[in-house]
Design a protein. Structure first.
Length: 397
């Protein structure tokens, strides 16, 4: 084993020196942080290097072994061809070990990068931890902190970050139900669109009566969906209409044009369903732009799934979002991230099954305050084993 010590101003430069001196197969043995530099000890096994060179393909008469083999002079028919040497059985094991060492090296580099940031910019680390504890997406965490002009006061910087988030979460015009019109709830299956439709209808009926409101359902996919909505409609006292085709739907819109508010319950399809694009295009595009889509999202959904949903349903250009199941969410950072990254307005939230009590208007400030409160609890408990670096989190499990 050949072992050598390298000293450089930072870890990246030290690793480049290791690669240039010992090659890609070098093994990192130890690292040490000096006052103004980094010390790295690395080594390489000469036997490993020599064995890797022995497996190169043999060349015969200017042609590789993979080409037509030539018969051996004086050889029998059964053994009269050159045969390629069998691959070394240890080569696959060697490649696997190298992959494992590479992964270990990347993890160590991530830890060093994080430690270096903690020493040079401690305020940034505090802010990153707070954002991550809320469940804010890592990319947005980094952007918010990098764009921040540090003041030396962590609490003042934290207020600046909150202001930046709120700036990217526009407010929906007051009185969405009071304005009336055609409001269509869209979103994947299981987020609570049907129950939310009932809550909206009940709230409107309590304020303006049942004569000015009607509910239309387009959900012919889910078994029992129309029956469930019919029970709600009968209890509230508003009429329910069913449209099986886009033509029937647009005829109903013309027929019910005198009503002040029309609430449309759409079918819940997965954001990955191939039928989704055609269904939305045919069902909700009346050519006038009078239909107002509201995206319904569950607050308990993972950020990556929320982003998929937004990509699929964002083609409808929703005017806002209704956030459901707040009572089931353990973190609200994913919802804050989605709203801020897409500049999507927040209209209502739901936190239970009661109709209409568990529907309430909510502002971006309210949602952010709840997300911060949840994040404080998580920051004190669940982040003890989390390291940051190289643009991602590595959690000890």
């Amino acid at each position: 084993m050949r072992i050598k010590r390298f000293v450089a101003s930072n870890m990246r430069q030290a690793m480049n020196m290791v690669k240039e001196e010992l090659g890609d197969q070098a093994v990192l043995m130890s690292t040490r942080q000096l006052d103004d530099s980094v010390e790295v000890t690395a080594g390489i096994d000469p036997d490993m290097v020599s064995s890797s060179t022995k497996v190169k393909p043999q060349i015969h008469d200017g042609f590789a072994n993979t080409q037509m083999r030539e018969p051996l002079v004086g050889a029998s028919a059964s053994t009269g061809y050159r045969t390629q040497s069998a691959p070394q059985p240890d080569l696959a094991i060697m490649h696997q070990e190298l992959k494992q060492m590479r992964a270990l090296l990347e993890q160590q580099l991530s830890g060093f990068a994080w430690q270096q940031t903690r020493v040079q910019h401690p305020d940034k680390v505090i802010l990153l931890k707070r954002l991550s504890a809320m469940g804010i997406g890592w990319e947005l965490c980094q952007n918010l902190v990098e764009q921040l002009v540090l003041s030396g006061d962590v609490e003042a910087d934290w207020r600046q970050i909150q202001a930046s988030l709120l700036h990217n979460m526009p407010a929906l015009a007051d009185g969405l139900l009071d304005q009336g019109g055609v409001i269509a709830l869209v979103g994947p299956t299981g987020v609570g669109k049907t129950t939310t439709i009932a809550k909206l209808a009940a709230r409107y009926a309590l304020r303006y009566g049942t004569a000015e409101c009607a509910v239309i359902t387009l959900d012919t996919y889910k078994i029992g969906a129309q029956e469930q909505l019919k029970i709600f409609a009968d209890l509230i006292g508003v009429p329910l209409y069913t449209a099986s085709t886009p033509t029937e739907f647009f005829r109903l819109l013309d027929r019910l044009a005198q009503r002040r508010l029309l609430l449309v319950d759409t079918a819940g399809l997965s954001q990955r369903d191939a039928r989704l694009h055609d269904y939305l295009a045919q069902s909700l595009d009346d050519g006038t732009g009078d239909i107002k889509p509201l995206l319904v999202l569950s607050a308990a959904t993972q950020l990556s799934v929320m982003q998929e949903i937004m990509l699929a349903f964002g083609k409808l250009k929703p005017i806002g979002c209704i956030l459901t199941k707040l009572d089931e969410a353990t973190l609200l950072g994913p919802a804050v991230t989605l709203l801020a990254q897409n500049r999507l307005a927040l209209a209502y939230c739901t936190n239970g099954q009661r109709v209409p009590e568990d529907l309430m208007p909510i502002t971006a400030r309210d949602l952010l305050d709840q997300a911060i409160a949840m994040g404080r609890t998580r920051e004190a408990t669940a982040l003890d084993g989390v390291h940051y670096g190289l643009g991602r989190e590595i959690t000890d499990v």
